[in-house]
Write a protein that binds this ligand. Structure first.
Ligand code: HEM
Length: 429
């Protein structure tokens, strides 16, 4: 068993203040989830808050709340009367009115949410995802070939940059029908949206995710032969016999790019980060490959990457505090997963944890639509890495950098490849 809580604390908390430029001095009255200190030591901060101030308040972003207990996070996620999804990324900007929102279905409230969600369900069902597994396996093997060849046995590779980040970009680009070679552009858009809370938004309107997607959607519209990808699927979709609005299509494609990339990149990176400094867990997974599916659930619990947000729609009491309409509320599913009231030994990574109803994919009506895809990518990525690089370690623990904001995972992860095994994918073919 490994203590994930103290592991996180080891990451160090140095770095410049967050995008607001104003460092946090008191996490119970002035927290800022975009501050690099939060990125580095979030589990420790949640632990402190859970016992001292379970529903914390900060005046940043126009007023934002941070509940850290599982029961509070769950009650908010299930209460769509008092908490609206019209804003899910805390920002200095006010989101538009509901119930559709700018990225359906994640920004939609009932009753429209169900319509927008139902539309996408078939594209993310287990049956639709299964055929993507061989392509994902081949992709992971190719990335490993390149990485192993470049670094060599005993050399150093960046498991976040050279491996984890490439997998979801290429898989979702393939599903949507956008060029995988635009990966760096997607990541720039996503970083702007997810990590800064709109605090440094001097952006050229022609260089936004919406402008990029409008262009791609136009190319799909003008294409003579259908490509059978998700953008075509959305162009053909109907609600009550009507084609979807342009805004709905752009918003949903943007959502799938954003929801599919940083999240899975973070989850793969965090699993590899854990395995890099837990040789006993590497050894166990290599000896008992059937354990991998359970281990992936435990990595998802312990290192859940996604915190969502809500806008308070109607006044409500929570943990003795009064939440006012218009306030932001962060929904830290990762903090819920570390609550000792909900999980035994919550800060330990137990690969074969028997009872593990974690909240990494959310709770309530907005539960992750891409969970089958995410689990497949995560399982394949970790399995293929362990087969090719069974022995590896953090090359420099102080060089690991975790992203700030609402999606948390290692963005720099230098590892030393101590042992390389197996043939390259070309030799194996
Ligand atoms: C490890 C990877 C992932 C994690 C941890 C994750 C987590 C989450 C969470 C916590 C939510 C709930 C949001 C809320 O309550 O407001 C969510 C929703 C969603 N996720 Fe994921 N996600 C992951 C991967 C993906 C992928 C790969 C896709 C698809 C490309 C995806 C698509 C979605 C969509 C469309 C929603 C909105 C569902 C709705 O509003 O009904 N996610 N995800």
């Amino acid at each position: 068993m490994a203590d994930a809580g103290s592991d996180m604390a080891d990451e160090g908390a140095t770095g410049p203040p967050g995008p607001s430029g104003c460092p946090v001095t008191d996490w119970s009255t002035d927290f800022d989830h975009t501050d690099p200190q939060y990125a580095a030591r979030a589990p420790e901060i949640w632990d402190e808050l859970r016992s001292s101030c379970p529903v914390a308040r900060s005046e940043r972003f126009g007023g934002v709340w941070l509940p850290t207990r599982h029961a509070d996070v769950a009650s908010i996620a299930h209460d769509t009367d008092h908490f609206s999804s019209r804003g899910v990324i805390v920002s200095v900007f006010e989101p538009g009115p509901g119930p559709v929102g700018y990225a359906p279905p994640i920004t939609s409230d009932p009753p429209f949410h169900e319509t927008a969600r139902r539309l996408l369900l078939p594209a993310f069902s287990p049956k639709a995802i299964r055929p993507l597994e061989p392509t994902t396996t081949a992709l992971c093997r190719e990335l490993l070939d390149d990485l192993v060849e470049r670094a060599g046995e005993g050399g150093v590779a960046d498991a976040a940059i050279e491996y984890a980040q490439e997998i979801p970009v290429r898989v979702i680009a393939h599903m949507l029908g956008v060029p995988a070679s635009d990966g760096d552009r997607f990541r720039t858009f996503i970083h702007r949206i997810m990590e800064t809370g709109g605090q440094n938004d001097a952006v050229d309107p022609a260089d936004t995710l919406s402008a990029y997607l409008l262009d791609i959607i136009e190319q799909h519209r003008g294409s003579v032969t259908p490509r059978g990808d998700l953008i075509d699927f959305l162009l053909d979709a109907r609600i009550d016999g009507e084609a979807l609005d342009e805004d709905h299509i752009v918003g949903t494609v943007a959502l799938l790019l954003i929801a599919g990339i940083d999240t899975t990149w973070s989850a793969i990176g965090a699993a590899l980060w854990h395995l890099a400094h837990h040789p006993e867990h590497r050894a166990r997974l290599l000896a008992e490959p059937d354990l991998l599916l359970m281990a992936i659930e435990e990595f998802l619990r312990a290192y859940a990457p996604v915190t969502m947000a809500r806008k308070v729609a109607r006044e409500i009491e929570l943990g003795g505090r009064t939440l006012e309409p218009g306030d932001w509320v962060l929904l830290p599913f990762p903090a819920a997963n570390r609550d000792p009231r909900a999980f035994d030994a919550a800060d330990e990574v137990i690969l074969d944890r028997a009872k593990n109803r974690h909240a990494a994919f959310g709770l309530g009506i907005h539960r992750c639509l891409g969970s089958n895809l995410a689990r497949m990518e995560l399982t394949v990525a970790v399995r293929e890495w362990l087969l090719r690089v069974p022995d590896f370690e953090l090359a420099d623990p102080s060089a690991v950098r975790w992203s700030a904001g609402q999606v948390r995972g290692p963005r720099t992860l230098p590892v030393r490849l101590r042992t390389i095994t197996g043939p390259s994918s070309e030799e194996a073919a």
